[in-house]
Ligand binder design. Structure first.
Ligand code: AMP
Length: 404
């Protein structure tokens, strides 16, 4: 885990922005429909507290972000003009727009900005220099504001010009935005200062993509629930018959090694004891509930069974801190979603009982939003890759740039 992020964290609450222009890196890389309308504004809503605090101080806000992958070319479909209306609607006031992110036009728009106003710059990735972390480009951007604020957790694992390199031009006036601070606090709460017992649930398809996370969290957790496709590599390593379930044959020794390390750390590992099997990877395939160690040839496990759900529920209701990454069944197919729904229910119930619960990384975030659990857990991360890298114990470049 990154060292003492919380102790050294300098946030916008440590600064008065009166008459200052705050250059705020946000992550408005939002999904859009065919008409380029924003279909999920979560990432815009998430930076509202940061924008409000700066404006309330009497400052102005210059928002900069990337959208999609234009790869250094100016393309209308990636223009931030297309999301301007939504940004204004969410932030509750007219947001100005400038069709450049650096250079004369951008500098004029920034210098004309009055306290209380918000300006959105054009897509940073219209310049190749952004992703290359070009220092000259970062310096040009830095001319637009008096202070630099990073509130782009979703992009914090990238060492790009606007997410990391730029910070060196704001030695004393660089700060974490409130979203970024909340994300870092949530990770810290789980991996460092979490009330015990701490339980991590790891699911998803592959062991190989989760190994570094498992190794990093073992010293921090009391219980580790392993579910989803990745569980079958463990079950096979332990001698189970898994039929045609998902397996990574080359990771069988590693699975045993992980179980050994968990023991050394006094971590209790919970694997599913039963599973819903199907004859093919198809929602309408015939289903059966069986012992997970006794899957017949030609059948595959696609969801957690009832006994497993009950056992996971018991563990979770006795936990004070919960981390969830990865579904424990193929929830995209309705006939195999029950296990992940039961897990969502258990985490919601534990949260109601006072546990702190963090849901982070890709599919589990999609699940809680789709199935209505987002408001029933303590924190849903806005960053996929950035959350995974944090759980792996890496210090994110966007975080290091502010801390150093
Ligand atoms: P990942 O990207 O590795 O976190 O994996 C997420 C995916 O794992 C989801 O799309 C789930 O459908 C899938 N998954 C969960 N359980 C299983 C399973 N038993 N067999 C195959 N895939 C699974």
């Amino acid at each position: 885990m990154a060292k003492n992020i919380i102790l050294s964290m300098k946030t916008i609450n440590d600064f008065n922005f009166k008459d200052k222009k705050a250059l705020v890196r946000v992550d408005f890389n939002v999904p859009q429909d065919d008409q380029l309308k924003v279909t999920d504004n979560t990432r815009i809503v998430a930076v509202k507290p940061t924008v409000e605090k700066i404006l309330k101080d009497g400052g102005s806000v210059i928002l900069m972000t990337h959208l999609g992958r234009p790869k250094g070319e100016i393309k209308n479909e990636f223009s931030l003009k297309n999301i301007l209306e939504e940004v204004s609607a969410v932030l509750g006031q007219e947001v100005k727009f400038v069709e450049e992110s650096v250079g004369e036009k951008a500098e004029k728009a920034a210098s004309d900005l009055q306290p209380g106003e918000i300006l959105l710059l054009e897509n940073l990735r219209f310049h190749n220099e952004e992703e290359k972390g070009d220092e000259g480009f970062a310096e040009q951007l830095s001319k637009l504001g008096d202070a630099y604020v990073n509130d782009a957790f979703g992009t914090a694992h990238r060492a790009h010009a606007s997410t990391a390199v730029i910070a060196k031009f704001f030695n004393l006036t660089k700060f974490f935005g409130l979203l970024m601070a909340n994300e870092l606090k949530a990770i810290d709460k789980v991996l460092k200062s979490g009330e015990k017992p701490v339980t991590a649930i790891l699911g998803g398809s592959k062991v190989s993509t989760k190994i570094t996370i498992i190794e990093n969290i073992l010293p921090a957790v009391d219980n580790l629930i392993i579910g989803g496709g990745m569980a079958f590599t463990f079950i096979k390593a332990l001698g189970g018959k898994i039929g045609t379930s998902l397996v990574e044959e080359d990771k069988l020794p590693l699975a045993l090694e992980i179980l050994g390390k968990a023991k050394q750390h006094n971590v209790k590992v919970y694997l599913p004891s039963d599973t819903i099997i199907a004859e093919s990877f198809n929602n309408d395939a015939e289903r059966k509930e069986v012992d997970i160690y006794e899957i017949s040839e030609g059948w595959m496990g696609l969801d957690a069974g009832a006994k497993s759900r009950d056992q996971f529920n018991d563990v979770l209701l006795n936990s004070r801190t919960i981390l969830w990454n990865g579904p424990i069944g193929v929830f995209e197919m309705s006939n195999f979603a029950a296990g992940t729904i039961a897990l969502g229910e258990s985490i919601a119930e534990a949260t109601k009982l006072g546990a702190f619960s963090l849901v982070g990384g890709g599919d589990s975030v999609a699940f809680v939003k789709q199935f209505g659990y987002a408001d029933k857990v303590s924190y849903v991360s806005t960053g996929g890759g950035a959350m995974l890298e944090s759980l792996e114990g890496l210090e994110l470049p966007g975080v290091a740039a502010i801390n150093n």
